[in-house]
Design a protein around this ligand. Structure first.
Ligand code: FMN
Length: 273
């Protein structure tokens, strides 16, 4: 079957998910595309997407947070409506663990009337990674992007072999929650990482941190971060041109030890087709 339109929907505070989704989209080579970036709070609030033509395809990309899909994308994704169109699911994680993110995404989209054509977990530099604690630094790298391109080619081949999405057998997506993710409370990133305070002597008030914060946690005047709202995605720290915000941990030795241990071995892309 021929696909005429691709809708790209993603949440990506530090852009690794976006990079993977865009690499796959490019590999699919569909000319008519629409991009919906759920990283922006107002886009999430106003989001709804109804697909009604058989020849449309959807790709959804989310980062893995605490081995699951981030809570704040569940509500917007609930406003998807499909009529048996195909969807490609992407989870991007920071080389620690992918948990059940893809499984959760699959359950969600199937309830909304979509058929999963393909899914993949990819690796992106960990949100907590910095020069002192390197976790998946520079990923997705050349090899990851090559695999994203090959994945797209295989999806195209798969679609060309069928006349109708409903012919596809259901994919068996695996995933398990590790014990730690089961016992830790929600938003446990706050237990491990401090909110990234601004160093006033370095800051030149450019406002980039306010703009890139996906949850509007940064006060416009004082540039203080609301502890409750902050996700610890560290977009504000990673995108600050003055390096005025840093990634710092609570219980530093323990947290660094755990992250180093769990993130040491290079994890590889996993695809379901
Ligand atoms: C709150 C939070 C929780 C995270 N939990 C996990 C996790 O369970 N496993 C993992 O490997 N990476 C985890 N990460 C890292 C991100 O999944 C990873 O850095 C991803 O590439 C970020 O995507 P983005 O660049 O599109 O924002 C977490 C990051 C944040 C901010």
């Amino acid at each position: 079957m021929q696909i005429d339109k691709l809708s790209k929907v993603y949440f990506s505070p530090t852009n690794t998910t976006q990079e993977i989704v865009e690499a796959i989209a490019k590999g699919l080579g569909i000319e008519d595309t629409e991009r919906i970036d759920l990283t922006k709070a107002d886009t999430r609030e106003n989001f709804s997407l109804n697909l009604n033509s058989n020849n449309e395809l959807l790709i959804i990309g989310v980062p893995v947070y605490e081995e699951r899909i981030p809570d704040l994308v569940k509500e917007p994704l609930n406003n998807l409506r499909g009529e048996e169109q195909g969807v490609i699911l992407i989870a991007v994680y920071g080389n620690i663990g992918e948990g059940i993110a893809l499984k959760e995404l699959k359950n969600l989209v199937e309830k909304k009337g979509f058929n999963v054509v393909a899914a993949g977990s990819f690796i992106g530099e960990h949100s907590f990674s910095n020069s002192q604690l390197k976790i998946a630094t520079g990923r997705p790298d050349e090899d990851d992007l090559k695999q994203a391109k090959q994945f797209a080619m295989r999806i195209t081949e798969k679609l060309l072999k069928i006349d109708n999405i409903e012919e596809l057998p259901k994919l068996n997506i695996q995933g398990e929650l590790p014990l730690m993710a089961k016992v830790l409370p929600k938003n446990s990133a706050k237990i491990f990482a401090k909110r990234p305070k601004v160093a006033k002597e370095k800051c030149n008030n450019c406002g980039i941190c306010i703009k890139v914060c996906p949850v509007g946690a940064i006060d416009q005047e004082e540039l203080k971060i609301n502890n409750e709202i902050c996700l610890r995605c560290f977009a504000c720290a990673k995108k600050c041109p003055q390096e005025a915000r840093n990634i710092k941990f609570k219980k530093e030795l323990l947290v660094k030890f755990i992250l180093r241990k769990k993130g040491a071995e290079r994890k590889e892309v996993k695809i379901y087709l």
